[in-house]
Design a protein. Sequence first.
Length: 268
Amino acid sequence: MQRLERTNFGSPERLHTSGGLRVSVTNYAGDSALPWHEHDDAYLCLVAAGSYTQHSGGRDTDCRHGLLLVHPHGHRHANRFAGDGARCLSMFLSAELAADAGVRRLLGEHRVLQLPGAERLLRRLEHELAANDDAAALALHAAVLELVAQACRQDHAPDRPGWLKRVLERLHDDPLATPSLQELAALAGVHPAHLARRFQQTQGVSVGEYQRGLRIGIARKALAEGACSIAAVAAEAGFTDQSHFARVFKRMTGQTPRDFRQGLQIAS
């Protein structure tokens, strides 16, 4: 079994280190695998695109776009990536931040969290990683702090409904499906109005907006691959109207689909 320090397997596409904080974005090829390993330092992993299966503690975890994984010191795990591969954003925190009582509790155990507004946080982190102005480092630190605060609150939320995991799994299993609120409520075993209200409270967005975020995740991956037209990407992500797709994409990412693709091409 391999031991890693403040690094991950693979060569990062983007890397920032300052003030004890290390943030990197790494792409992993489809149908590949990482061997059993552990890290000397605890870290956070936000799945930016694609999916993979994590083997750990005798169980498998399906890791998809927008999921945050907390890896404590010495957490032993192995990964197997799906056919489309994955893109992961890893964060090793500074000693000062890791010493905070709430963060110390968060980093003390392996956790898998679906954060409210995960797409927005991911967008902000990636934007600041790509920025090169004088304020980029400060802005990136602020974005990491917001993510950590969200994770601490989500992890210790006393009233997270037990049915929420089933509903989230249903949405993630097929982002292109259009289950009605009544169908999701039947799966959860609650009234549709109750599901809508509690989903908004726990996830920070409505069910519909959450599903749009998953579809925009599909679109981001397709745009990054660069092979399809924007109209084809819109259709692949479940949007029948390209102009509607462009509006939703800009609202959720801050960029038009064309600008997003061009930005990736320039960065590469």
